[in-house]
Design a protein around this ligand. Structure first.
Ligand code: GTP
Length: 219
């Protein structure tokens, strides 16, 4: 069990900006897809900025998926190491988020998905108020032990693809326990974004609603 999460002071007006980072293929877009119905249930209005290297693949997938108004999805083509545009010079992403904020008054959240990167990728706090780092069990149970800055510094560590754990010889309980020990006070949630049943997604949506948007969560 994680210690209670200390809410951040989100002092800038406007929708909260949430970063979603993590290695290639860990399930960042799948997490957005799984979160959309949970946000809808909670009346949370969302827009999304995606980042890909030289394509708009993730934006197109979300726009075609029927889970969000396609106009609420903007693509940034990083053209360089994915972390460059979320950390060193986030200008393109800030501009995309500003455009969405202006076009859709009443947004509660803007999700900014990084291109898939390595364990060292982190977000500039000029760009986001709060960020998640998504890894998955199939990358190996030693990933949390490697203590990459993404794993240590994110506001929420998400360990995805729990359903695959038995198939890749990983003990889901151990990887979650180890990640929790390494992160101390900051939270870790295990999840499954794909398949007939998803898992852990409601906990992530509740955390965002409670700790970023200061909404009451029904008991
Ligand atoms: N079994 C299983 N597969 C998953 C889960 N989540 C995502 N996937 C699969 O993992 C693959 C990568 O998922 P994406 O959502 O594209 O990952 P991503 O992190 O957005 O990828 P990049 O943007 O390329 O870095 C896809 O084939 C998904 O179907 C999960 O919880 N369980």
């Amino acid at each position: 069990m994680n210690a209670p999460f200390a809410p951040k002071d989100v002092s800038r007006n406007g929708p909260a900006r949430i970063g979603i980072g993590g290695p290639v293929g860990s399930g960042k877009t799948a997490l957005i897809e799984a979160l959309m119905p949970e946000f809808n249930k909670r009346g949370i209005e969302v827009a999304v900025v995606t980042n890909d290297l030289v394509t708009q693949e993730d934006a197109r997938r979300l726009q075609a998926g029927g889970l969000i108004d396609p106009n609420r999805v903007l693509a940034v083509e990083a053209g360089a190491c994915p972390h460059t545009v979320i950390r060193e010079d986030p200008t393109l992403n800030i501009a995309a988020a500003d455009d969405l904020e202006a076009a859709f008054p009443g947004l509660d959240l803007i999700l900014i998905e990084s291109g898939g990167d390595n364990l060292a990728s982190t977000f500039s706090l000029d760009l986001v108020d709060w960020w998640m780092f998504v890894i998955d069990v199939a990358q190996g149970d030693d990933i949390p032990r490697k203590r990459g800055p993404g794993i240590l510094q994110c506001d929420l560590l998400v360990i995805n693809k729990l359903d695959l754990a038995p198939h890749v010889f990983v003990d889901a309980g151990s990887i979650l326990a180890e990640a929790t020990a390494i992160r101390g006070e900051t939270p870790v949630i295990g999840c499954r974004c794909k398949g007939q049943t998803v898992e852990g997604i409601d906990r992530i949506a509740d955390m965002i609603a409670r700790d970023l948007l200061f909404r009451e969560i029904p008991a």
